[in-house]
Design a protein around this ligand. Structure first.
Ligand code: NAI
Length: 731
């Protein structure tokens, strides 16, 4: 490189002897590159320089960060935009810079090549797509492409909604934008999103070479790419897609199918997917200029929408939890190199699976017999195979992961474990007895963690010789998929124990909240009144499907009656008993539940629940359930009334948990409910939800319900205070 241009803050720009400018993005003071007004200003300066400087012949855009091209827009910046017109102005500027970048290549005679290694997501991919040629590293682990905006309630706002369909076809582009999923270099090459892949070590050299080769060559109609793209366009799949997309009737079918699928998945609760469809359709039918205009308009509306703010809030909360040690003091976590898992059933098998593929620790499964051990190991194998199939794990690493797991029917091999996670049957005496066995078989500082879903940890710890090392690690089913881990500490649990388990949970890939011990902890407890109320509604004659439909429409992934069948009506009955003993009549189970358990209705697991099951598949409502309950399902209750009855209780109980010091913060309460129980993400969690509707409004609704239904609707103390003071629950 010969000439160095005046320094910019976030981009290093050099020009070589042949006049090829290399711009390496390097956002100052940050580990990752993100797009913000500051980076955009520097990018604009680069484009201007290339436009104006006759000695510059081509431009290569890359990154100076280690494993990161550009990871997307700066979400902190997006989060604080609260004025639609400001958003419009900002995005118009971004559009203008990217258009000029594109024109350098298309009409300016100066090829522009993106050299991509690491995350190329959101605004980063939009930047890459505005370049004429894209070369990526072939690193399948580090390099990824995607438009994840939809997960934050947004759409790609810097031209992505128009450039992506033109590069990869409408169907593929919609799939990427509506799911937000990322793809790896080989797939990106196949679909024509990048033109070439090469080893990371030579990426920049290859990019510079391609830039030089392209000087003086005509740009291919706008999106430049040479041989690889041509190949991908000629693939039978692509030709078939094109035939469909080029034809107005085919296109209409494609959009209406996508819309139908989107409505099925979002129930219309999420405005972003709807906007993505509209904008892509506009671009396809009315041309790219109309598409860009629609994109600007929709993005600006979305970025100030409550749904996007809630989703961005969840993103920040989970980021903050990644940095949280789970304790207020500074006790250091201890290393965990080997873990014992008691029970290789549904939960134990899942825990062993994330131990090996996530945390990468040696794991010893203890079961009651060989068949149990085999079941546990087969569970891990199933998970490992699945990851290989999804290309999340290389085949050779899969074999290594399986070598980490062994099994036993006694406590051999437990002498050097650092942590034991217990997932035997939900039975206090059994849990106490295995705890004592474990303490006899492990070293002095081994931690005992119980995965109980309802038994207070202090009760289990009563049997312990070292109660400061007893803790709860409450996973959710299926463990491999559910992101939350609720850690439960008693008054005796030592801080180093908590810190160790929190750190270990993060290694397993979990988002971890720490709560204080009490019946039901946080997540099980807030389900209590919600589930009980289902019983009251049924007793009032509200049909099962009306209840489920109402809550799915409200945004839960499944309705509460379906959930009860999944969890097990018998399990629910046990939990309700513990809760009633602890919290009194407010949590009293409706009479109907006892009738159901007496009728041997356990839900899905024995095929007898609120719904009928055939070969394990859920069918329609089992009408005989009404007879057992002694009710006539004929009450027509408006959907909003059902939603109010149920959602208020769920939310109110969450606030009580904060008031009583079960939760460490309202942030943890929001994340626990969304990640553990499927509380609608677009509502941001129970606390963010109260803030959105207003504490005064929420309290008024509760008071009205209390007037009719009594004390179970008594509002949490702090809610009334917030309502009176006009303050929010999330600061
Ligand atoms: P499961 O019935 O699938 O597995 C329990 C396993 O423990 C069985 O394979 C059994 O053979 C084994 N076991 C029993 N006594 C044992 C002993 N002395 N030593 C070693 N293994 C022994 O039950 P699941 O669903 O895995 O539940 C386990 C625990 O996890 C329970 O405490 C449950 O409350 C809790 N939990 C369950 C959730 C769920 O959705 N199923 C969610 C969260 C927690």
């Amino acid at each position: 490189m010969t000439s160095t241009l005046p320094a910019l803050e976030h981009v290093h720009l050099d020009v070589d002897d042949d006049g090829v400018a290399v711009a390496l993005i390097d956002r100052a003071g940050e580990a990752m590159n993100t797009l913000s007004p500051e980076t955009a200003t520097d990018l604009e300066a680069v484009v201007r320089r290339v436009e104006e400087d006759d000695t510059i012949t081509a431009l290569v855009v890359g990154s100076a960060k280690k494993d990161n091209f550009v990871a997307g827009a700066d979400i902190r910046w997006l989060q604080q935009i609260d004025d639609l017109d400001v958003a419009l102005d900002l995005m118009r500027e971004a559009h203008a810079v990217f258009a000029r970048l594109e024109n350098l290549h298309r009409t300016g005679g100066k090829p522009v090549v993106a050299a991509i290694h690491g995350a190329c997501l959101g605004g980063g991919l939009e930047l890459a797509m505005a370049c004429g040629i894209r070369i990526a590293s072939n690193d399948e682990r580090k390099t990824q492409f995607g438009q994840p905006e939809v997960k934050l309630g947004l759409l790609p706002g810097a031209g992505g909604t128009q450039r992506l369909p033109r590069l990869v076809g409408i169907a593929t582009a919609l799939d990427l934008m509506l799911t937000g999923r990322s793809i790896r270099p080989r797939s990106a090459l196949k679909m024509g999103l990048v033109d070439e892949i090469c080893p990371r070590e030579v990426l920049l050299d290859v990019a510079i070479r391609r830039a030089k080769e392209a000087i003086g060559q005509p740009a291919l109609d706008g999106d430049g790419g040479p041989v690889a793209r041509l190949k991908s366009w000629l693939s039978p799949k692509h030709l078939q897609e094109l035939a469909l997309e080029e034809n107005p009737v085919g296109r209409r079918v494609l959009f209406s199918k996508a819309e139908e699928q989107m409505m099925k998945e979002t129930k219309g609760n999420y405005p972003a997917p709807k906007a993505i469809l509209r904008v892509v359709k506009t671009g396809a039918e009315k041309g790219i200029a109309a598409g860009y205009a629609a994109e600007l308009e929709e993005f600006s509306k979305l970025v100030v929408s409550p749904e996007a703010k809630a989703l961005m809030g969840i993103f920040f909360d989970s980021q903050a939890l990644k940095r949280d040690t789970g304790i207020d003091g500074d006790a250091a976590p201890r290393p965990v190199a080997k873990v014992g898992v008691l029970g290789g059933g549904l939960m134990g098998g899942g825990i062993a699976a994330v131990n090996t593929t996530g945390a990468g620790v040696r794991t010893r499964i203890k079961e009651i017999d060989d068949a149990g051990v085999q079941r546990g190991i087969a569970h891990v194998q199933g998970h490992v195979d699945d990851r290989v199939k999804r290309r999340r794990l290389q085949r050779r690493d899969a074999a290594k992961a399986m070598q980490l797991v062994t099994g036993t029917t006694d406590y051999r091999g437990f002498g050097d474990v650092d942590l034991v996670i217990e997932a035997v049957f939900e039975d206090l005496d059994l849990k106490r007895s295995v705890l004592q066995d474990v303490e006899g078989a492990t070293k002095q500082d081994a931690i005992f963690a119980s995965n109980t879903s309802s038994i207070p940890i202090a009760w289990i710890a009563e049997a312990s010789k070292r109660p400061e090392q007893v803790i709860g690690m409450h996973y959710f089913s299926p463990v491999e998929k559910m992101p939350l881990l609720e850690i439960i500490v008693t008054e005796q649990t030592a801080d180093w124990v908590t810190a160790t388990c929190v750190e270990f949970g993060k290694r397993q890939g979990k988002t971890v909240i720490v709560v204080n011990d009490a019946p039901g902890f946080y997540t099980t407890r807030i389900l209590g009144p919600y589930m009980n109320e289902v019983g009251h509604l049924l007793a009032e004659g509200v049909p099962v499907e009306d209840i489920d439909k109402a809550m799915v429409r409200w945004g839960f992934p499944v309705g509460p009656v379906t959930l009860m069948d999944e969890v097990g009506i018998d399990v629910g009955a046990k939990i309700v008993k513990i809760m009633q003993d602890a919290f009194g009549d407010r949590m009293a189970a409706p009479e109907g539940f006892a009738k159901l358990t007496a009728d041997d209705r356990k839900g899905r697991k024995n095929g007898r629940g609120f719904y009928r099951y055939e070969n394990g598949k859920k069918q329609g409502v089992d009408d005989s359930v009404y007879e057992v309950l002694g009710v006539e399902p004929s009450t027509k209750m408006p959907m909003e009334a059902i939603q109010d009855r149920l959602a208020t209780l769920f939310v109110n109980e969450a606030v009580r948990c904060l008031d009583e010091g079960i939760l460490r913060s309202s942030r943890d309460g929001d994340i626990g409910a969304v990640f553990g129980l499927g509380f609608p993400p677009f509502r941001g969690g129970p606390f963010a939800y109260v803030d959105a509707v207003g504490a005064d409004q929420f309290v008024a609704t509760m008071d009205e319900l209390a007037a009719t239904h009594g004390d179970r609707y008594a509002v949490a103390e702090s809610l009334r205070k917030h309502a009176e003071a006009g303050t929010t629950l999330r600061s």
